[in-house]
Design a protein around this ligand. Structure first.
Ligand SMILES: CNc1ncnc2c1ncn2[C@@H]1O[C@H](COP(=O)(O)O)[C@@H](O)[C@H]1O
Ligand SMILES: [Zn+2]
Length: 365
């Protein structure tokens, strides 16, 4: 199938890091401005941004650089808006975007003000039809109607539901992690649905984050963890024992961990290009997608960092199709299955099912 076929298919994105999903053109523009101010040397940075092959260590160096470029409330709002627009433009109908709230005293940024800038970006996707509908016990309903692809007669209006996950960076302390969880609880009515643990997998200790994650779980926030990006059986087992609602990656699992994961039936966020590029998986031929798919384990295809890895969700679907011999029907069904694993409420699930049902009728035409 042509790329266009994957672009037009409705899709669900559950593993996308905000700062990893920024367009290259925006990063270069921001770098140019900082270069002119003498804060960075533009040509050095340009080289790093446009480089294609990166090890896991280099990826995390790049994130540190991206964070220097995006350290400003206005820029955070801008990249949030652009990232949502990019996903909407390829028919992602539900996006769970994750980001690490950052504190930076020198520019008056707190974790809260960072998050407010992100929420501003969600609202800015479109001024019409953005509904904040906080209900009593339920999470808020943030539905951004993106008109970016609108033609003059308004025939290709695209709608996208957006929810937020707050990430805890593995470099953080227990207190900092706890602050993020408390912020998530406060912002629940504004579309924050859960907590993610991410960051360089060789940094930090599980017991540092555990108290905050346990508290989040007890408070009813949904949890997803970057799990098994590098071999660490002890940590993988401890992570599974927390019973997160989803995990990301699961690249370096051994027999025993697979058994546990499968018996718990925890959905896995699969990021093919990311895993290959960071060498967490040797090659696409040996990727665990095939085994999980064949054993009907719940999984969802995601991008991870569409900017950093020069990919898109449509490209990931295309890659899964060609690498594992899947057709349009099978991938449509995978995308639809993912509705069950989202962290939004039943009303959103119902609406998403309707979108998929209406498209299904046209699938074989
Ligand atoms: C490649 N695999 C990965 N493994 C682990 N963590 C990753 C990641 N890709 C991204 N992040 C996490 O997301 C942050 C960037 O987005 P935000 O600043 O939060 O919006 C990175 O700094 C890292 O902590
Ligand atoms: Zn990730």
């Amino acid at each position: 199938m042509e790329m266009e076929g994957w672009v037009s298919m409705p899709k669900v994105e559950l593993h996308a890091h905000l700062n990893g999903s920024v367009r290259d053109s925006t990063l270069l523009e921001l770098a140019r401005v900082l270069g002119e101010k003498g804060v960075i040397v533009f040509s050095d940075v340009e080289h790093v941004i446009l480089k294609n092959e990166r090890s896991l260590t280099e990826v995390f160096r790049l994130f540190d650089l991206i964070h220097i470029l995006t350290t400003d409330h206005k820029i955070i709002t801008r990249i949030t808006k652009e990232v949502i627009e990019d996903f909407a433009s390829e028919n992602v109908v539900y996006l769970e975007l994750r980001t690490t709230p950052k504190k930076n005293d020198s520019i008056g940024m707190s974790k809260r003000s960072y998050l407010e800038a992100v929420l501003e970006g969600i609202k800015a996707v479109n001024t019409v039809d953005v509904a904040f509908r906080p209900h009593n016990a339920d999470v808020g309903n943030v539905k951004s109607s993106s008109l970016i692809n609108d033609t003059c007669n308004g025939s290709t209006r695209k709608e996208i539901y957006v929810r937020l996950l707050l990430s805890i960076d593995r470099r953080e302390t227990t207190e900092a992690a706890m602050e993020t969880v408390k912020l998530a609880l406060e912002m629940r009515d504004l579309g924050v649905v859960g907590i993610d643990l991410s960051g360089n997998p060789i940094v930090g200790e599980w017991m540092t984050f555990f108290p905050a994650l346990k508290f989040a779980r007890e408070q009813g926030l949904y949890i997803t963890l970057h799990c098994g990006e590098v071999p660490n059986p002890k940590e993988i087992r401890a992570m599974l024992d927390l019973l997160p609602q989803r995990i990301g990656h699961a690249c370096c699992f051994e027999e025993e961990e697979w058994k546990r994961l499968k018996s718990l039936n925890i959905p896995v966020e699969i990021c093919l290009t990311s895993n290959i590029r960071t060498n967490s998986v040797r090659s696409i031929e040996v990727h665990h997608f095939a085994d999980l798919y064949n054993s009907k384990h719940p999984l969802v295809i995601c991008t991870d960092d569409s900017g950093v890895f020069s990919t898109s969700l449509s490209k990931e679907y295309n890659l899964a199709a060609s690498a594992f011999g899947l057709g349009r029907r099978e991938l449509f069904q995978l995308a639809r299955n993912a509705i069950e694993y989202i962290f939004a409420d039943d009303e959103v699930k119902r609406e998403l099912k309707e979108i998929f049902n209406s498209v299904e009728k046209k699938l074989d035409q």
